[in-house]
Design a protein around this ligand. Structure first.
Ligand code: XUL
Length: 521
């Protein structure tokens, strides 16, 4: 009898499934649905709809449900696959707001996502009413960001009263999928709840003060926050009949994609750092105690194992790079070839990649900055290098505030498959990098499902770290050390980048033009 576990990641652009078998510690099945290509009726671009000029980024939650049914249908062609799954866990893009009524119908047809920037007014009102940024951090360990869920609920309350009034329950993306899989179970868990901007990850309670600022009845519309390390029920009869699932198949509490990427990249003990290179760029580490960043730039989140997950999130990662490839009809290897014609450091020519506003630094209205390009540098090759270096410099600048100095960065996400990305991250972070094989978040979810199922089946001794070690594999061919020949160049480039971004934000800094002349040509 097989001993299988499934992980499902509902991300911004696609839904992925991984099934692993504990009998011989192998991944036995993987599949994915890319919304833009496979579900054209939803008319998404990069998985989302909405007027980007207004900062709107939304998805229809039924698109995720359709994608889920597609992967189940395909997997059910193999009669033994789904019936052997003992437990299943869902990883979801964080912060997205799904609102349902008494009958379980959506009250708002689309869900505002983590990269929606249209709620700055609500962030400002919440911050002002609570008494300023320091008070906000005291209240929930975090500042209010347009990406978080609180301003999305408040936006609905202020602008779409009827949707708000009809809503019986507010859920996050993975809670909504769990609700569907269990046939109605409504519960949250600490990892994703800490990204609501309404729940205090230190005291582990909803912030009454913040709820009351939005509306006195909000407390009734929010689920209980249970445990991250327990199952929440079994799979609904519908999936047993339709796809042949075992009726005893447990549904794990699930969590946010970053919480599960931590597990799926082997980041389980303090001191390790993972960097996820997807639509967003994130860097996170495990801590046993909460880390509160006085500026609020590093998020204070719980993880999905009972610890904490200080997290840096930049909202512009793969977007600028993918748009450049598409616009110029380039493949990844064409891009790498373009890079080979330019020098690391790009002669101090920089693109600050704030294409659609930016989460960190907190600049929802930002647009990109092209700095330093002289006429002879205004070409495709130089722009290509500025794109890769700009994305990584942006991530690196935020990383300075993380409470950890790692020896190696574990990389995950599509871009980590490229030697240029692994090498340029190593050079700019001045730290070794190694990519993890496979899909971090979906793998982490499957490992977590196995962990909780074993524990609930009486195997209390099972260690998550041992399970993860059996499944998390590194691509040694791409392990990259910082190149000492370019150490000085990148130190200069980091410093120049900082001057440019500080100047544009109105903060004190050395003049970037004279700095460029000093360091580069
Ligand atoms: C983290 C964040 C993103 C999403 C992307 O705070 O908003 O990483 O989770 O899926």
């Amino acid at each position: 009898m097989d001993n299988c576990f499934a992980g499902i990641d509902v991300s911004t652009q696609s839904l992925k499934i991984i099934i692993l078998d504990l009998k011989d510690n192998s991944v036995i099945y993987e599949d994915s649905v890319v919304y833009d290509n496979d579900l054209p009726k939803y008319h998404t671009i990069n998985g989302t709809v909405g007027d980007k000029t207004q900062g709107i980024s939304e998805s229809d939650p039924f698109m995720w449900i359709d994608a889920l049914n597609i992967v189940f249908k395909r997997a059910s062609q193999d009669t033994n696959l789904l019936s052997n799954i003992n437990a299943l866990s869902v990883s979801g893009q964080q912060h997205g707001l799904v609102a349902i009524d008494k009958q379980g119908k959506l009250t708002r047809p689309t869900s505002k996502l983590w990269n929606d920037f249209s709620t700055q007014t609500e962030c400002d009102i919440l911050t002002e009413k609570i008494g300023g940024i320091d008070k906000m951090i005291k209240e929930i360990g975090n500042t209010q960001r347009t990406g978080y869920t609180a301003p999305k609920i408040f936006h609905m309350y202020r602008n779409e009263q009827s949707f708000y009034n009809e809503t019986q329950t507010f859920l996050l993306v993975h809670n909504f999928i769990n609700w569907y899989l269990t046939g109605g179970r409504i519960i949250m868990e600490p990892g994703d709840a800490s990204g609501t901007g309404l729940w205090d990850p230190v005291k582990k309670v909803w912030s009454k003060n913040l709820l009351n600022i939005i509306s006195k009845d909000l407390v009734e519309k929010l689920p209980t926050v249970g445990s991250s390390t327990k199952s929440i029920g079994t799979i609904a009869q519908y999936f047993v009949e339709k796809y042949g699932f075992d009726p005893e198949c447990k549904i794990d509490a699930g969590s946010g994609d970053n919480m599960y990427s931590a597990i799926g990249t082997g980041n389980i003990k303090p001191g390790m750092v993972s960097v996820s290179l997807g639509t967003s760029g994130t860097a996170f580490t495990i801590l046993e105690r909460p880390y509160i960043d006085p500026s609020g730039e590093i998020a204070c989140f719980c993880d999905s194992t009972g610890n904490y997950l200080p997290l840096l999130c930049i909202s512009n990662m793969a977007g600028g790079y993918n748009a450049f490839l598409k616009e110029n009809s380039l493949s990844h290897s064409d891009f790498e070839e373009l890079l080979s014609f330019t020098d690391p450091g790009n002669n101090g020519n920089i693109i600050v990649p704030w294409y659609d506003g930016e989460r960190t630094p907190d600049m929802p209205d930002a647009s990109p900055i092209y700095f330093g390009f002289s006429l002879e540098n205004l070409n495709k090759k130089s722009i290509a290098r500025a794109i890769i270096e700009g994305h990584i410099l942006n991530l690196n600048e935020g990383f300075d505030r993380m409470p950890v100095r790692p020896k190696v960065l574990h990389l995950t996400g599509g871009l980590s498959l490229s030697k240029s990305w692994c090498q340029t991250i190593a050079n700019i972070f001045n730290c070794q990098t190694v990519p993890v094989v496979g899909e971090g978040a979906a793998l982490g979810a499957a490992i977590h499902a196995a962990w909780i199922w074993e524990k609930e089946s009486g195997n209390e001794e099972i260690e998550l770290v041992d399970l993860a070690q059996s499944f998390v594999k590194f691509d040694e061919s791409l392990r990259s050390d910082p190149e000492s020949d370019y150490a000085q160049t990148y130190e200069n480039l980091r410093s120049l980048y900082k001057s440019v971004t500080r100047r544009i934000r109105g903060l004190e800094s050395e003049d970037p033009f004279s700095k460029k002349r000093k360091f580069f040509k």
